[in-house]
Design a protein around this ligand. Structure first.
Ligand SMILES: [Zn+2]
Length: 168
């Protein structure tokens, strides 16, 4: 399990508290609420709220084990790595789809920019024509924007991500 991605998913779901909790669970395999509270110094009510949220997203799952000595039931939390991996896979596919769309867009359009690079805008041929090839912010002339490098970078990213997805 890639810890960086694990932390990213957790932070999107429950912020810094969730990051601390999943990191702790990732380290320990499973843990009780008391253990988690002790090791993360998160207040119990906040801890429970975040655990509940993580459970709602199926990131963690409860596990009840009977203690052999005392016979008491012990309530643990455990990371659901299968679920996490599937979330990450879905996420990667989404990113791949967006990159491919972007690549198509770059391939199918001609772009124009202001000769003064500080102006920053980039316009399609149609947009540039509407402005008579004059920059809308400074009125200066526009020039053709060469996006070959951007296309190469996108192709590179797509190839890498595709290979990553296929390896899984
Ligand atoms: Zn300009």
């Amino acid at each position: 399990m890639n810890v960086e991605i694990l932390r990213l998913v957790a932070s999107k779901i429950g912020g810094e508290v969730a990051v601390k909790l999943v990191s702790e669970l990732n380290k320990r395999g499973r843990a009780t609420e008391d253990d988690l509270a002790k090791n993360t110094k998160i207040k119990l009510n906040e801890l429970r709220k975040t655990l509940f949220t993580l459970q709602k997203f199926s990131i963690i799952t409860p596990e009840v084990v009977q203690d052999k000595g005392s016979g008491w039931m012990i309530f643990y939390w455990r990371l659901r790595k299968d679920q996490l991996e599937s979330i990450i896979r879905t996420q990667k596919r989404k990113v791949l789809g967006k990159l491919k769309e972007r690549l198509e867009y770059e391939r199918n359009h001609d772009f124009y920019i202001c000769v003064d690079k500080r102006c920053g805008g980039r316009y399609t041929f149609e947009e540039a024509m509407e402005h008579m090839f004059r920059c809308p912010s400074c009125g200066g002339p526009m020039e053709h924007y060469e996006n070959t490098q951007m296309i190469r970078a996108l192709e590179d990213k797509i190839a890498k991500l595709q290979a990553e997805i296929e390896r899984e």
